[in-house]
Write a protein that binds this ligand. Structure first.
Ligand code: PMM
Length: 286
């Protein structure tokens, strides 16, 4: 197995050791934190270019909300939403990842110029995903996921969240390699907010070094998530809305950058780009 691909840049991605900023473009009417704003192809491509101008190193394009209880979009609709945006951004020289659980969407997105497949199910939702990504020879995000559920809490049951997430991620990594995806093409992700309650998410962020110890680049996607709302909720008040969690998101980005994450996936890029730069400057001064 060639080891030359074990560099992000050999795969067309930001280098594994630098904490890239992955901007989010959700082409959906119902994503939890920005649903509907970029539902039109032209608006979505412009938004992706704006995020790059603000400091995003790559753009993650998704056409199906993954929030708990979201109804699934049919494949044709997901293709209609995603492929023109992937193509439009790639045509502008943007590094694009596709956020999908469907093999057909992943394959068509790669044909349109996507360089990374970001599947929140880690290949569990569509049995064709792993062989498709293996054949396409592109990097693949393996995120910790315990299945679809209208009641995410029913899946968020752990004796030791870190130990169990590490074990379940190792299992998925082995399945992905057995399915033909080169280990050097795997990116791992703890799946913050997926089958996890706030204490679980906070514990995973507190133990990012142990996740890094799995030996693959780490993607951290805390942006605007519920656990941040939980942390920000004052006594007796209601949690701030998702769009008021960007400073908290940037705080997690700084922590992730400081602990060696490959990338942080965020909706609001500017604050996180600054946070990552501060983390790098501090490391440089160590
Ligand atoms: N790799 C990865 N992809 C994701 N895609 C969507 C969302 C949640 O939806 P959003 O796009 O509205 O944040 N979270 C993740 C995540 O935690 N990790």
């Amino acid at each position: 197995m060639s080891t030359t691909i074990d560099r992000g840049t050999a795969l067309g991605l930001p280098e594994w050791d630098r904490c890239a900023v992955m901007g989010v473009v959700n082409v959906t009417p119902d994503s939890f934190s920005d649903g509907g704003r970029w539902f039109d192809t032209t608006a979505a491509v412009k938004h992706g270019l704006d995020l790059v101008a603000e400091g995003a190193d790559l753009i993650d394009v998704g056409g199906e909300s993954t929030r708990p209880g979201a109804t699934r979009v049919d494949e044709d609709e997901e293709l209609r939403r995603v492929i023109p945006v992937v193509r439009g951004l790639a045509a502008e020289g943007v590094t694009v990842s596709v956020d999908t659980m469907r093999a057909t969407v992943a394959a068509r997105a790669v044909d349109a110029g996507a360089l990374l497949v970001n599947d929140v199910s880690g290949g569990l939702a569509d049995p064709a995903m792993i062989p498709t990504v293996a054949a396409a020879e592109v990097p693949f995000v393996v995120m910790h996921w315990r299945g679809f559920s209208d009641n995410m809490n029913s899946l968020a049951v752990y004796d030791d969240v870190l130990r169990e997430v590490l074990t379940e991620l190792r299992t998925r990594m082995e399945a992905v390699v057995d399915g033909g995806i080169a280990p050097e093409r795997i990116v791992i992700d703890p799946g913050l907010g997926f089958a996890k309650l706030a204490p679980h998410d906070l514990a995973l962020v507190a133990h990012l070094p142990e996740l890094r110890a799995l030996g693959r680049p780490l993607l951290v996607a805390a942006s605007r998530k519920r656990f941040l709302g939980h942390v920000l909720t004052r006594e007796g008040a209601t949690p701030p809305p998702a769009r008021e969690r960007d400073a908290a998101t940037a705080a997690v980005s700084a922590i992730a950058a400081h602990t060696g994450a490959w990338a942080v996936r965020v909706h609001e890029v500017r604050a996180t780009a600054d946070a990552v730069r501060v983390a790098r400057a501090v490391e440089g001064a160590a």
